[in-house]
Design a protein around this ligand. Structure first.
Ligand code: PMV
Length: 327
């Protein structure tokens, strides 16, 4: 029998305030540390999945370009899990678009796999179930499990799906992204994490420290207390990067501009602005502040030589899915 069904989903990127780096189980893609993120309104992936039994292979078009190799393989692996669960043997056509730079440490895999998981489940006729969708997305990219929910979201140690910590309204914050480089990152997170686990003497210390730090970050968010939250967020990011710097050879995602932005944010703090940095697997710096101070933060970031542009985000919504009539 011919199967043809399509669905469309939108998911937003997220930035970890308590970082994930390192896997407890590579096969299941379970993190070695808990993490906690904020979902961002300004950075979005839109994905359409069409299962069609007349297709002879899965295909992926990302930002208007057909994809092959590893990128397509990762998408196919997720689609295969959906097919197995739904008892489906149709291949799929996937079209995806990011409204921000792909694979540059700006969390495109998070929104990408979250949108893909939702759209693929819907197109395969599986029931709406955010927990199952989060677990499916997390299996491809652990940070993607967190992008199913809006507001503040945690992925607890040993859990397959993320959980919502609290809504955006509970604690409105702004995140200003200083983009410091164009182009894609040199080393993907999975490879980087395994290399760190195998060679960094600081890896054990990181895995030991992360749970308490994540708990403190969650408490500060629940208390809506930026003065407590900010330094903990910086500590989580810098501990993670220190652990990578300890690998042999070192993994260094920072550029000279990254350090210049860190310095500028310290100066802002000395001048009384509550602004705090976090960095992921890329050279960009994300700066957390109260929404009322975001204009001042953005002006300061834009003045740092080497900062190409600034993106301004607040907290974003849940990922959403729509089924579509098939033509
Ligand atoms: O889920 P991945 O493989 O994209 O790894 C994400 C790693 C960091 O962005 C550096 C931290 C995090 O928790 O998002």
């Amino acid at each position: 029998m011919t199967y043809c069904a399509s669905a469309f989903a939108v998911a937003h990127a997220n930035i970890a305030l308590a970082k994930y780096w390192g896997k407890a189980d590579v096969g299941l893609n379970l993190p070695a540390v808990p993490s906690l993120s904020m979902t961002l309104d300004g950075m979005r992936t839109e994905t359409r999945v069409k299962f069609d039994s007349r297709l002879s292979a899965d295909s992926l078009e990302l930002n208007g370009r057909p994809q092959q190799g590893k990128t397509l393989e990762r998408v196919s692996t997720l689609l295969q899990r959906v097919r197995a669960q739904a008892g489906l043997d149709a291949y799929a056509q996937v079209t995806s678009h990011n409204n921000f730079p792909t694979a540059s440490g700006l969390a495109s895999s998070a929104s990408g796999f979250a949108a893909l998981a939702l759209a693929a489940r819907k197109a395969a006729g599986l029931p709406d179930n955010p927990e199952q969708a989060s677990s499916l997305a997390r299996h491809s990219s652990a940070s993607a499990g967190r992008s199913l929910y809006g507001g503040y979201v945690a992925l607890d140690l040993g859990q397959h799906a993320a959980r919502r910590v609290c809504s955006a309204q509970h604690f409105p914050l702004a995140l200003s992204v200083a983009v410091t480089q164009e182009g894609e990152k040199a080393l993907g997170s999975t490879q980087g994490m395994e290399h760190t686990r195998l060679t960094s003497p600081y890896y054990t210390a990181w895995v030991e420290q992360a749970p308490a730090l994540t708990r403190a970050i969650e408490q500060a968010i629940i208390a809506a207390d930026l003065t407590t939250l900010g330094p903990l967020v910086e500590q989580s990011a810098l501990l993670m990067h220190a652990c990578m710097w300890g690998a042999a050879p070192a993994i260094v995602y920072f550029s000279p501009v990254t350090l210049a932005v860190l310095q500028r944010v310290r100066e802002l703090r000395a001048a009384g602005v509550q602004a705090f940095c976090t960095m992921d697997a890329g050279p960009h710096v994300k700066v957390l502040s109260a929404p009322e101070q975001a204009d001042e933060v953005q002006r300061a970031l834009a003045e740092v030589p080497g900062v190409l542009r600034c993106l301004r985000c607040t907290l974003g919504p849940d990922a959403q899915v729509h089924s579509e009539p098939v033509s």
